[in-house]
Write a protein that binds this ligand. Structure first.
Ligand code: 6CS
Ligand code: FE
Length: 300
């Protein structure tokens, strides 16, 4: 395939150095193909309409405890701290994210294969799935910094080469999420609008973007338009609850100045029919630990 072919086929152009633009999504949000699973008809209808849905007690309190201990163990391990897959806060140097945890932790490898998780991902994406990205996020009290508004798909398309928004993320809370400790804000319905972003991707962008994203973020005018059209909801709930959201959901979070930390396990499933190709707006693909290129389907 030549560069020209890729350019003409790209239905979701972005970071081409032109002005930002709204592009109507042509792909489904919930894909047909897998009939049964843990998601109810209501869950799927909500997911389709709003771009997300919640599962109030995906993990039991005992499981939350187990995952919390795993997080504690990993963040204390000096080897893990020194690993390139560990991202620390820009200002405080505290651990912010541990990437590829479905490969480094047996426990999380099990979570990905758990029918409560895997089968829901399959239902939403209508096919076999694999893990595009996994991470444990830790947002400390007082100094936790948020993420500006963005669509994950914009980055995964531009930098990882995912052709279409046929991916879904699950964020499981390991701490209680209040409205005030930096919880995720989402715009219901905005998953149907793709915001083509201004600017261009610098080389090795991931080294800074995983701490603070600067390229691939919509302008304030775009956020204003989407915000007034769709409104904003926030994901709150006790530890153990999960938010499932579409890859093109417009979302962001504020800083956490409360004493209450916020941590979650974040797993991104992609359809095996949406395998990554060459990045659409970057020199080379990001490393495997941020964006998998092995699309072998996950089995139970
Ligand atoms: O880079 C990623 O894969 C994820 N992180 C950020 C800050 N933005 C895009 C996506 O959510
Ligand atoms: Fe995100």
């Amino acid at each position: 395939m030549t560069v020209a072919d890729v350019t003409t086929q790209d239905r979701y152009p972005t970071r081409r150095g032109t002005e930002s633009a709204f592009i109507e999504r042509t792909d489904p949000v919930v894909w047909p193909g897998v009939r049964s699973g843990p998601a109810s008809a209501e869950d799927l209808a909500a997911h389709d309409e709003k771009g997300f849905h919640t599962v109030p007690d995906l993990l039991s309190p005992a499981e939350v405890q187990e995952y919390w201990q795993e997080l504690d163990r990993l963040t204390r391990d000096p080897e893990v701290r020194a690993d390139e897959r560990t991202v620390v806060e820009k200002n405080s140097g505290q651990v912010r994210s541990l990437f590829e945890v479905h490969r480094t932790s047996e426990l999380i490898a099990g979570l990905v294969r758990d029918p409560r998780v895997l089968d829901r991902a399959r239902q939403i994406l209508g096919s076999d799935v694999y893990v595009h990205q996994s991470r444990i996020n830790y947002m400390p009290g007082f100094k936790g910094s948020g993420f500006y508004w963005h669509s994950d798909f914009e980055t995964w398309h531009a930098e990882d080469g995912l052709p279409a928004p046929r991916a879904v993320s699950m964020s499981v809370a390991l701490t209680d999420n209040y409205p005030f400790n930096g919880g995720l804000m989402v715009m219901p319905g905005a998953q149907r609008t793709y915001v083509s972003c201004a600017g261009r991707t610098p080389g090795d962008n991931y080294k800074s973007s995983l701490k603070e994203q600067k390229v691939g973020v919509p302008g304030e005018d775009d956020i204003t338009r989407l915000g007034y059209e769709h409104g904003i909801e926030q994901f709150t709930g006790p530890a153990g609850s999960a938010l499932w959201f579409d890859s093109n959901t417009m979302h962001g979070s504020g800083n956490n100045i409360t004493p209450f930390p916020r941590s979650n396990i974040f797993i991104v499933f992609n359809s095996v029919h949406n395998a990554p190709v060459a990045p659409f707006a970057a020199e080379r693909p990001r490393p495997e630990f941020v964006a998998a290129r092995d699309t072998a389907p996950i089995t139970r």
